[in-house]
Structures are given as structure tokens and as C-alpha cells.
Design a protein around this ligand. Structure first.
Ligand code: UDP
Ligand code: MG
Length: 315
């Protein structure tokens, strides 16, 4: 029996991209040997006409369905919603803005059929990103690879195919703060990486500005490594050693050179420096405690408002 293929696409304000996306997907899918496939769009709280555009398309493409979330939960949550609803033997996830070329799908499928559990697509270059974003992204991966216990491959994003067994495993990981790159790496499985050329956005603007990316990076570092905490232990030891040496120097100086009244600047320096270090340390502790607080509430990662068509999409 031919394998069933699910394609999951998170959409946030993508009204201008959906028609073009489906057109190209349809071409690719009709050439694929298997004719059992479904495409699931996840509307992640779009403010534009993404939902009605998607509903229109479900009339044209019988294998298309739409899951409308109750608000914007973020791309990572939308992806989980897609994985929860996908029924395929393998699931391909891709962006709605055609930055991930559907034409790569046949190659992904053939690598999967050769026995890979995960086929991850690595972008060849970051030409479509600005210089600043490319630089920050490089630094982020450098920091992350040093700081976490799982290897997180560079430039491998959310364009990937996953076997059903991987999807079942990922569904178990229901943390609210989802750093998917780390989650994929943590899950492991037999992974093959293939290269692809990332394209320009078809229409609309990216939902990820620098501020969002900063949050994303911070989430990644704090949910997959405890290095920031350890850093403060080391800093504490260094500061303590320095103060100790300085203390010996002051006492020695007082004994040898006599009375020591002026000392205001050095006291102020030590006071403010240590105060600053302590505040930073407390801040980092707070980050982790905040994360624990959010996770202990065990809220669902996303809420579904409606599914279109009602049930049983696909063919
Ligand atoms: N996206 C989403 N929820 C969000 C932000 C983005 O589902 O809160 C989707 C978006 O519609 C797109 C994909 O995630 O399909 C990647 O987003 P975008 O193209 O804005 O990011 P970039 O390619 O610039 O990293
Ligand atoms: Mg994009």
C-alpha cells in the first residue's frame, strides 16, 4: 500500500500566499507516486483574511483541511497542533510563504523511503536574511552548541519530513515553551540532512522581527541549557576570589603603611560591581523559575476554534 503523506503548514497572516502555495504543492503532489495525502493548514490567529482564503481553497482541493486556532499561539504551538491532527505515515512541515520550495518534497520522500526517520532540510545560505540577522543567528548557534547537551544542527529549520514514529514521540513533548529546534534534537531518531536553497518570501512580511527573534533565542538557550546558571556560579567564585585577594591587600597595606581612611572609591566599585552581578544572577534564576511556573500550570499548548471541513478531510 502506498504510504500516506501529511503536509502541515502553520499560517499567520498569509492570505496572499496560500493560493500560490497550494498551486505549487498540487503540482508536486500530483507527480508523487502515492496519491494518499493531506495538507493541513493551521491558522495561528491571523489578523487578515487567511481563514476565509483557506476555506475557499478547501473547496477546490479536496485533500486540504484547515485548523483554526483560537488566537495566535506562535509557530511552535501551531506546528504541534498540526502534528496532533496529521494522520500520515510521514509528516512534512513547511512554511506558508513559499520560502520552503515544495519542489524539494519528492527528494525528501525518497530519502525517507531509504530508511531515514527524519529528513531535515538545511538552508544553503542566509542571503535572504539581513547581515545583522545572519550574524546574530550564527552567534546563537555557537552559544547553543556550547551550552546544551544535545547537538543542534546549524541552519536546519522547520522544513522537514518526519516518520510517524517521530511524530508520535514529539506529541508526547507538550511543554508550553516550545523551542522546536531543541525538541527535534532531543528526540533524536535516524536523521538525514539534505540541502535546499531558501527562497524569498512570496508575499507579505515576516512575522519574526528582531525582538521576537531575541525572545526565540533566549527561549532556546534557557530551555535547552543550564549554562547561564552555571555561568553565575563561576562568576561568583571569581568575584569571591578577587574580593579575597583585594581584602588581603587592604589588610596588608593597613598593617604596613598604617592608618587607611580614604577608600571610598574602592568600596563603591566593589559594592556596585557585586550588586550588579547579584542582580544579574537573580534575574537569570528568575528566568528559570518563571519557566517552571508556566510549565507547572500544564495548560494546553493551543486551543482549536474550528476545523474545516468539519471532519474527515483528505482522500
Ligand atoms: N507563523 C505562525 N505563527 C506565528 C508566526 C509565524 O504560524 O506566530 C508561520 C508563518 O505563517 C510562516 C512560518 O510560521 O508560515 C514562518 O514565519 P515567517 O515567514 O514569518 O518567518 P521567517 O521565515 O522570517 O523566519
Ligand atoms: Mg518566512
Amino acid at each position: 500500500m502506498a504510504p500516506r503523506i501529511s503536509i502541515v503548514v502553520p499560517c499567520h497572516n498569509e492570505e496572499a500566499n496560500l493560493a500560490a502555495l497550494l498551486e505549487r504543492l498540487d503540482l508536486v503532489l500530483s507527480a508523487v507516486a502515492s496519491n494518499a495525502f493531506e495538507v493541513i493548514l493551521i491558522d495561528d490567529g491571523s489578523k487578515d483574511r487567511t481563514v476565509s482564503a483557506a476555506i475557499d481553497l478547501t473547496r477546490r482541493y479536496t485533500y486540504l483541511s484547515l485548523i483554526e486556532l483560537s488566537r495566535n499561539f506562535g509557530k511552535e504551538a501551531a506546528l504541534l497542533a498540526g502534528m496532533d491532527h496529521a494522520t500520515g505515515d510521514c509528516v512534512i512541515i513547511m512554511d506558508a510563504d513559499l520560502q520552503h520550495p515544495p519542489e524539494a518534497i519528492p527528494q525528501m520522500l525518497s530519502v525517507w523511503e531509504e530508511g531515514a526517520d527524519v529528513v531535515a532540510c538545511r538552508r544553503l545560505d542566509r542571503n535572504t536574511d539581513g547581515a545583522l540577522r545572519a550574524f546574530l543567528s550564527r552567534s546563537f548557534y555557537a552559544l547553543l552548541s556550547r551550552g546544551s547537551s544535545v547537538e543542534i544542527p546549524r541552519n536546519v529549520g522547520d522544513f522537514r519530513l518526519m516518520d510517524r514514529r517521530v511524530i508520535m514521540a514529539l506529541r508526547e513533548l507538550r511543554e508550553t515553551q516550545r523551542f522546536t529546534k531543541g525538541i527535534y534534537a532531543w528526540a533524536g531518531f535516524r536523521t538525514r540532512i539534505i540541502d535546499f536553497q531558501v527562497a524569498e518570501r512570496h508575499a507579505g512580511v515576516s512575522s519574526f522581527n528582531l525582538r521576537k527573534l531575541w525572545h526565540f533565542a533566549w527561549d532556546g538557550i534557557t530551555s535547552f541549557s543550564t549554562v547561564p546558571l552555571r555561568f553565575f556560579s563561576y562568576l561568583g567564585v571569581v568575584a569571591a576570589l578577587m574580593s579575597f585577594a583585594y581584602g588581603i591587600y587592604i589588610v596588608g597595606h593597613a598593617v604596613l603603611a598604617g592608618r587607611e581612611v580614604p577608600g571610598y572609591p574602592s568600596i563603591m566599585v566593589a559594592l556596585t560591581f557585586l550588586g550588579g552581578v547579584q542582580l544579574m544572577g537573580i534575574g537569570i534564576l528568575g528566568e528559570y523559575i518563571g519557566r517552571m511556573f508556566i510549565e507547572t500550570k500544564k495548560r494546553p499548548v493551543y486551543l482549536v476554534r474550528e476545523r474545516y471541513p468539519d471532519q474527515g478531510a483528505g482522500r
